[in-house]
Ligand binder design. Sequence first.
Ligand code: FES
Length: 117
Amino acid sequence: MPDYAAQVLVCTNTENAEDRRHCGDKGGREVRQMFNELLVKHKLLDKVTVSNVGCTSQHKFCNGAQGNVIVYGPRHELGGTWYTASPDDVEEIITEHLVNGRIVERIRNAERSVKFS
Ligand code: FES
């Protein structure tokens, strides 16, 4: 069993709403695909696990190219960090957050965070 250091959850939810307000109708699926590709490029598949998640009511912050992303880890003190991210942001999340342990403040969803005690 791999010994993962971090978990990435990407909202790809789509409910076929006419206003296409959900992440899966915006950039969520493309964000997920970019994580798949770039985690291979950065040789992190054995350290970072990525999963799709359903709606967490944060799609209101996403523009037409973005999706909701939640990152747990890679260090305990980082807790869980929520991002409003486009595919173009994924490389920075990987290099800054997942590799260097620094939150990417410019795309952080300040409404949400999870702290571990
Ligand atoms: S559809 Fe992604 S947070 Fe609601």
